[in-house]
Design a protein around this ligand. Structure first.
Ligand code: HQG
Length: 180
């Protein structure tokens, strides 16, 4: 397929996580939108997108960033939202003993003071393997992987969620649960 799938995937992330209003789109509270409406609005705003291309991108996306509803009519981003239109009802899960957060060394001073905070997104993102965390950290600079005492947090009443694409989410991580 002669399309720039990375570029379209980034466009979809932008629309479905952050700025649906930029193409006059309204997501429902669970982040879903009708595929027909998304295609119509994208095309109206000069982004050529067909159902076939969309399905190709969803199926081949390296991180399974997008989910199509079982009946095939709707689409949403699996996680990573900042849009206030959305308040996803993630499934709460008991985490493993440790989870990992990849960040850049330049953020460490601040993290050591404040703990991990979600920033513009709705959650702090964690993964169950160090390799993925290292890749996430490298997006921001010299990567460092922090070890999060997730089970201990859960025992103390902190909530953990697992997205459709297996990213662990929590609201914040106080410094006492972070090990380097
Ligand atoms: C850092 C990607 C200073 C945090 C990935 C991170 C992920 C602090 C940055 C998903 C801080 C936020 C999310 C504090 C946290 N002081 N910095 N107190 N607390 N930070 O991009 O986790 O490819 O919003 O360490 O795979 O990097 O888009 O979050 O470095 O799952 O699908 O603030 O994005 O997925 O950066 O990445 P981000 P993230 P996709």
């Amino acid at each position: 397929m002669q399309v720039d799938t990375v570029k379209i995937s980034k466009f979809l992330s932008y629309i479905l996580r952050h700025k649906p209003e930029s193409i006059a789109l309204k997501l429902n509270q669970d982040g879903w939108v009708e595929i027909e409406t998304l295609l119509a609005q994208a095309n109206q705003h000069g982004k050529k997108l067909t159902r076939a291309v969309l399905e190709h991108i969803v199926a081949t996306n390296d991180k399974k960033r997008f989910t199509i509803s079982r009946d095939g009519t709707m689409i949403r981003a699996a996680q990573g939202h900042s849009s206030q239109q959305v308040n996803l009802d993630y499934s709460q899960q008991v985490p493993p003993e440790f989870l990992y957060h990849g960040t850049a060394t330049r953020f460490l001073d601040s993290i050591n003071q404040q703990g991990l905070i979600p920033g513009t997104r709705h959650h702090v993102h964690l993964s169950d393997d160090q390799k993925t965390a290292a890749k996430v950290g490298a997006r921001h600079g010299k990567p460092v992987v922090l070890i999060i005492e997730a089970q201990k947090m859960a025992e103390l009443g902190y909530h953990f969620y697992l997205s459709d694409n297996q990213v662990w989410l929590t609201k914040d991580v106080p410094i006492e649960f972070i090990k380097q």
